[in-house]
Ligand binder design. Structure first.
Ligand code: COI
Length: 355
């Protein structure tokens, strides 16, 4: 599939690129941004013409609603450059649809496809030198929308800004990932905004995740808010559990993000003949499986994190180390997924889209 280009986007280029100042080998995730950004404002009930312009700070009124009521959503995507210099996206329509679902839940206007998809295609063409070839190199794409209308009255804004910024990236996590299973804090509740990629879902996790960091863990696995007995998702990833040779992952719900990597891994695993069960796994099941040795693997799945093996988990002050697996499902699925993303294997699912 190839995306259509539109000429409806104004482009203002930088005079001099900063690319030569960037060391692409030592990038820390999300810290370096490319030369340009896409900006499109919603005013008077309509989207204005998108502009691609030099990456720079911008001014907002201190009473802008994003500062007070957190009306903000985002997506995470990646672009890949392959041997013949072509650039590819992975299931971009999934991110586009999820973005607009998030927008509806947060009482924000939906973004038209020509702004999100065609705008993305155009900014990627402009920034193609920032995408390095070779597995592990990607350009992380952060589309987001904020409420820019002013006034501290607690009601939805009438003005919004949609933007796309781009950041060359390698791995999200470096080193081992140990997780703490939440006993008290929650990420989301029924009827809440857990299924939306809303900024507040992430900031609400910062404090409990910091407590977990202080105790030596990189992430928290959230449990359901009502009973804290069901395993749900981790801060930056959906989670999979391998008990014997079956893979389990929680069903998506009002509390759980419908991850693109999650759903791709489910399809890939099933194609490989792995039994995948989509159901809630109880914390007690996980502890029992760790004790009797049937728990073989836990791994996270997300755009930024890709597939991230977890080496152990702690629950109620007891740490359970996971075995080192020779035929790891996590590593095998990661290899298969990234081979598709980097066009090193046939994409029988039709997931990859050329820019
Ligand atoms: C992603 O995986 O792209 C995300 O949006 C998670 C983010 C916290 C890095």
């Amino acid at each position: 599939m190839s995306l259509d280009t539109t000429s409806e986007i104004e482009i203002i280029k930088v005079a001099t690129s900063k690319i030569d100042q960037v060391d692409f080998e030592t990038l820390s995730f999300g810290s370096v941004f490319t030369d340009h950004m896409l900006v499109c404002d919603f005013r008077n009930g309509a989207w204005e013409k998108p502009i691609i312009k030099p990456y720079e700070p911008f001014l907002l009124d201190p009473s802008a609603k994003v500062f007070h009521y957190g009306q903000a959503i985002f997506e995470g995507m990646k672009a890949y450059k392959i041997e013949d210099d072509s650039i590819w996206l992975f299931r971009p329509e999934e991110n586009y649809e999820r973005f607009n679902k998030s927008a509806v839940r947060m009482c924000m206007p939906e973004v038209p496809e020509h702004v999100f998809i065609d705008g993305l295609k155009q900014i990627l063409q402009l920034e193609k030198d920032w995408i390095k070839k070779g597995k592990g190199n990607t350009l992380y794409i952060r589309p987001f929308m904020i409420a820019i209308g002013s006034g501290v009255i607690a009601q939805p804004s009438t003005q919004y800004r949609f933007m796309i910024i781009l950041s060359p990236a390698k791995a999200y996590y470096s080193g081992e990932v140990k997780v703490l299973v939440a006993e008290h804090y929650s990420r989301a509740a029924n009827g809440g905004i857990g299924a939306a990629k809303a900024a507040g879902n992430y900031s609400g996790q910062f404090y409990p995740t910091q407590l977990a960091h202080n105790a030596g863990f990189q992430q928290v696995i959230w449990t359901d808010d009502a009973t804290h007995t069901k395993l749900e998702e981790a801060g930056t990833m959906n989670v999979f559990f391998r008990i014997n040779d079956t893979l389990y992952t929680a069903p998506t719900s009002e509390r759980i993000l419908d991850g693109v990597t999650r759903k791709s891994l489910i399809d890939l695993a099933r194609r490989e003949g792995i039994n995948v069960e989509i159901r809630s796994v109880l914390v007690s099941e996980l502890v029992d499986a760790a004790k009797d040795g049937s728990l073989k693997e836990i791994f996270g799945a997300g755009t930024a994190a890709v597939v991230n093996p977890i080496v152990g988990f702690q629950y109620k002050d007891v740490y359970y180390e996971l075995p080192k697996m020779e035929n790891s499902f996590a590593l095998d699925l990661k290899e298969k997924l990234t081979n598709i993303q980097y066009k090193l294997a046939e994409d029988t699912f039709g997931w990859t889209v050329e820019v």
